[in-house]
Design a protein around this ligand. Sequence first.
Ligand code: TRP
Length: 460
Amino acid sequence: MNESNEPSQPQREGFTTTLGVLAATLGSAVGLGNIWKFPSLTGQNGGAAFVFVYMIGVALIAMPVMISEFIIGRKAGANAVGAFKRLEPARTKPWFLTGVIGVVAAFLIMFFYTDVAGWVYSYAFRALSGGFAHVGVNQTAGVFDSYIGSAAGPLIWQWIVLIVISSVIIAGVTRGIERMTKALLPILFVLLLICDVRALTLPGAFEGVRYLFQPDFTKITAGVVLAAMGLAFFKLSVGMGTMTTYGSYIGKKESLPATAIRVALADTLVSLLAGLAIFPAVFAFGFKPDAGPSLLFITIPAVFKTMPFGQVFLTMFFVLAAIAATGAMISLLEVPVAYLTEEKKWSRLWATIFSAGLMGVVGSLATLSTSSLSKTLVFGKTFFDLFDFLSSNIALPVGGVFICLFVGWKLGKKIIVEEASNDGSLHNLALLKVFTFTVRYIAPIAIVLVLLNGLGILKA
Ligand code: TRP
């Protein structure tokens, strides 16, 4: 008999194996963050010193937030907003707003992410069909500028991207997300390793390795630390409910802390491997590492043109970037879809069409930022930069603070230990002590300080 007044829920879908959990969560973490943001921010912020601060941010802040989101999601068995409502049913405090900010952040990120993913898809397509064969080393800037300077191409590719990820989401959590990421991630790793071997065997490659691993600590400023922390959140897909949603699909036998540690390590490895595919080649051919966002689209094609079999490696590189971007976007689209289906009782099909449609419509503002709207500034930023800044540097850290506070103080030690040790069966109590202390004190304080300092509100 069903005692409660709620109608009995249909069984929720979930990830079916440990490998499936890892593939989906790592598929979310690995994305343009590793291949586009990490190298371009590293190049702009002085190399290894930035990498060093970034890694501290991953270990001390982003990974604890990930474990926290897993705890919230799996304990509640619900989407980013519903999870808070279920864990705080009295609703004496508006914790669920953390989830609402999260759903908004998912859209903000997708507005510009689908644009860049569209550039990547179009480059992969162009490389595959031999379209770079006659582009000279000095012409890659012209090719990119004229591409993003036009409206039609980037808009069409943005919609293609949205259609691809929508079809995976409509197929469902198990048959769509889990199956897709399990098939694609190994391909991504293999392609990346091949590109690494190529780059590292170029004469003069060592300069790039040194750039990535030998820090010059004088380069660290408040802005650098904020950028590194923002990247740590963005990279591990935390601070807005992606990992809460995915956490709700993780089975009761899986270890949440072990999953988070594996994802953080593997994701950082992918970033470093991407750096090792890029910087050695950049230095070997005398290019500059600090091109920023255009590093991937102007410098890389030029660099690859210069080396033997460049055409082949260029193709591999953009195909792997497209795979990475796809897994990440799937996880971003799943956040509003899970919210709309569970809280608003929409069908999965309509929730997907609506969310992807909104991402495409508002996202076109970001896409047009490089053409017809390039002079339209809001708070001194183009739409593209505004969406990026508001999500990575504001929404994710703010969401991260509330997630830590919710788990550390509201749920508290007992529930943390129950959920993160699977009722004691994982024998990880020492680790959970460190974790509890980190989410109660270290992570929230660090996030707030970095945020205030980076925004110039508090001067260090
Ligand atoms: N982590 C992905 C990347 O590096 C992007 C991403 C996916 C993301 N889901 C997210 C970022 C949730 C922030 C929040 O490309």
